[in-house]
Design a protein around this ligand. Structure first.
Ligand code: GLC
Ligand code: MG
Length: 684
């Protein structure tokens, strides 16, 4: 029985039985014991009198318990009390239900790596602070405001570890040290602190496949140190013809080199100065994990993992099949001559990357400290291999593998081709994953040179209006072009065999201003590669002050991308692709503003007729054109005129959505709706 009902019975008892007496009344009870009536009767009488008196008095807090109970059990107190009680219970339950619903329906918060583009700095070429002709960490620190001006919050810096620079830093001598060319550990820590101070994230390049042949591990391995002897891939071979099998290096010729000290051959999928680590050895994997910890503890925000598909090789070391079986084996010298069945994408690779990812996750738990992972792997013909780096719905791997397909845009520039390349990624990407786009990097010709300068703005526009994370290689934001390199100027080892393979043209110094060396190096006349002769007209300083410049348009579009929900989380729908134009819509359910993008990748001026698209209003006003003269211009939807290389961002207001009527033309990574009245997003 509950306490309340006990009390009620006690109360009723008291009223029926006025002789009821509380323990503290015992004194007065005893003095009455001398009368002729029984003790019990007397107590009953006096109690009844007291209660009668109390009942006349209005209730107040200082009353004896039983009197208060007498009043509180009256209907006029009891009923409101019970109503209030149940009201509180119901409200609490409703609040819990609403909270759970909001949590379940809210789309997940976006990661910093989804919101900002990733900007690639090639440190040799970004900014030289000490005048030795090579860029350095202090130089990057001087230029951090450039990223803020562009609304970029994530910077990937190509390797700056201690290195003999045979492959300009991708040959690492000591993963725990900074190369003196770039500065020292203090400079790195200062740079990282300053970047964090400005709200910028730093992504390190990380090279798990190989080291430099100067690395301590390699020296210990070649001298047969028992702990290190299996740190690399060694096999017996004939010193006169050191080719234990037909495997070839990415830079050409056999991927085996004879080592006189160990009297065996070691494997190198890149330069002979870049021996491949033996990642089948658990001690080596542990070394890599220790390095990951080392840099995460320093505070870096993520890694770009280099050449991951090469991490494991088949232990049996059998010949790889030739693409042309009739080719004489001695002519098999390039990576294109073989199917890489035994040197790339071996079983166990993804397990290893998932292990690395799990290590990174342990550093990702504090709010705002998510550590990002992007993998680099060129698997052109085998897109499903690339997609595997996304992991599975249950096991995470990289946040995304780099999408290099847009690098092929210049080969066949047309609206149709642009759509093909975009759709190649979108249609193969696993459901629920996040896309990304690369239009340039330190290994590929600048798109302004391969596609042509007139397409630079259009390509940047597409990059910044597609769904997913854009990557921008330094200089693309101002439309830098490749430099011409003669055989005698070649620096890149890949170009030493064949100048046409040199990656130097896309690595020329960043063009900051019209001053000496384009402002890359103000202290001496040295620059490790020539500055592009167009720097007087193509540079950051000039373009900052010109509203119609490539730079201003980049920063406008990037601002738009980050402030307008349809770009970040909305639907992406194809509208049209022909010889010239690629056109698509970005829209979000419930969000009034939608965007139509029309980009002319073709060779001629063209008029696009979108009158068949009923969801579009009759008149379309240009928010921004790559040709400034056309900003704010109004087109009939049947007559949208664009010149080659011109891109339009058209904003229109409507609640009529395109995607429900064209589901086969649309993608969304997670379906989101917008509740205009209270301004919240929810999953719908
Ligand atoms: C990656 C880098 C490239 C480097 C190679 C070997 O492909 O992007 O520059 O030469 O790995 O580390
Ligand atoms: Mg390897």
């Amino acid at each position: 029985m509950s306490i309340n009902s006990d009390r009620r019975i006690e109360m009723e008892e008291t009223i029926r039985n006025p002789g009821y007496k509380d323990a503290d009344d015992s004194g007065s009870g005893r003095s009455a014991a001398s009368s002729s009536r029984s003790d019990t009767e007397e107590r009953r009488d006096s109690r009844a009198v007291k209660l009668d008196q109390y009942a006349q008095i209005k209730p107040y807090a200082g009353m004896p318990k039983e009197v208060l109970l007498l009043h509180s059990s009256k209907a006029r107190y009891r009923v409101p009390r019970e109503i209030l009680f149940w009201l509180i219970v119901c409200c609490t339950l409703a609040l819990v239900a609403v909270t759970i619903t909001i949590i379940v329906l809210s789309p997940p918060c976006m990661g910093w790596w989804q919101i900002t583009p990733v900007y690639q700095v090639y440190p040799r070429s970004f900014k030289d602070s000490d005048g030795d002709g090579v860029g350095d960490l202090k130089g990057i620190k001087e230029k951090l405001d450039h990223f803020l001006n562009l609304n970029i919050k994530a910077v990937w810096i190509s390797p700056f570890y201690r290195s003999p620079m045979k492959d300009f830093g991708y040959d690492v001598e000591d993963f725990r040290d900074i190369d003196p060319l770039f500065g020292n550990m203090q400079d790195f820590e200062d740079l990282l602190a300053e970047m964090h101070n400005k709200g910028l994230k730093l992504i390190m390049d990380f090279i798990p496949n190989h080291t430099s042949d100067r690395h301590r591990w390699f020296n210990l391995s070649r001298t047969g140190d028992p702990h290190y002897k299996d740190y690399y891939v060694w096999t017996d071979c004939n010193p006169a013809n050191p080719k234990p099998n037909n495997w070839v290096s990415i830079f050409g010729n056999s991927s085996w080199t004879y080592d006189k000290v160990r009297k065996q051959c070691y494997l190198h999928q890149f330069l002979s100065e870049q021996p491949d680590l033996n990642l089948r050895n658990p001690d080596v994997v542990q070394e890599i994990i220790d390095l990951i910890h080392f840099w995460l503890e320093k505070g870096v925000d993520g890694f770009r993992m280099d050449a991951v598909k090469h991490m494991l090789e088949a232990a049996h070391l059998r010949d790889e099949p030739q693409v042309d079986p009739d080719m004489p084996p001695e002519l098999v010298t390039t990576e294109w001559d073989l199917y890489h069945d035994y040197t790339t994408s071996q079983v166990g690779l993804h397990d290893m990357l998932r292990k690395f990812r799990a290590e990174m996750d342990t550093y990702s738990r504090e709010p705002g400290r998510y550590r990002f992972l992007v993998t680099e792997s060129y698997d052109y013909q085998e897109v499903e291999k690339t997609m595997m780096y996304y992991g599975t719905p249950l096991v995470k791997e990289s946040d995304f593998p780099f999408n290099f397909y847009l690098l092929d845009l210049p080969q066949n520039a047309s609206g149709w081709w642009a759509k093909q390349l975009v759709d190649f990624w979108m249609s193969n990407m696993p459901k629920g994953k996040w896309p990304n786009w690369v239009v340039g990097n330190h290994d590929r010709p600048r798109i302004g040179s391969s596609a042509g300068q007139i397409y630079v703005r259009a390509i940047n526009m597409m990059l910044l209006t597609l769904p997913g994370t854009p990557t921008t290689y330094y200089g693309e934001e101002i439309g830098m072009e490749n430099i011409n390199i003669t055989q005698s100027q070649v620096q890149d080892p890949a170009g030493k065999y064949n100048v046409s393979l040199s990656r130097d043209p896309e690595r020329s110094p960043m063009q900051w201003s019209s001053e000496m060396n384009a402002g890359f190096n103000a202290k001496s006349n040295l620059t490790w590669l020539p500055v592009h002769p167009d720097y007087q007209s193509v540079n950051v300083e000039l373009q900052m002050n010109d509203e119609g410049s490539v730079l201003s348009q980049y920063s406008f579009l990037n601002g738009l991308r980050q402030s307008e929900l349809p770009f970040l989380r909305g639907w992406f729908c194809y509208v049209l692709a022909d010889n010239n134009v690629f056109s698509y819509i970005r829209e979000l359910d419930g969000h009034k503003e939608a965007y139509l993008i029309v980009i002319n990748f073709g060779k001629g001026s063209t008029t696009t007729d979108l009158s068949a698209i009923q969801e579009l209003p009759e008149q379309l006003q240009v928010l921004m054109s790559t040709n400034r003269a056309n900003d704010n211009k109004v087109f009939q939807k049947s007559q949208i005129v664009t010149e080659p290389g011109e891109g339009l961002v058209i904003r229109y207001s409507t609640y009529t959505r395109f995607h429900p009527n064209h589901p086969a033309e649309c993608y969304v990574s997670e379906k989101a709706c917008y509740l205009e009245t209270v301004g919240i997003l929810y999953k719908c």
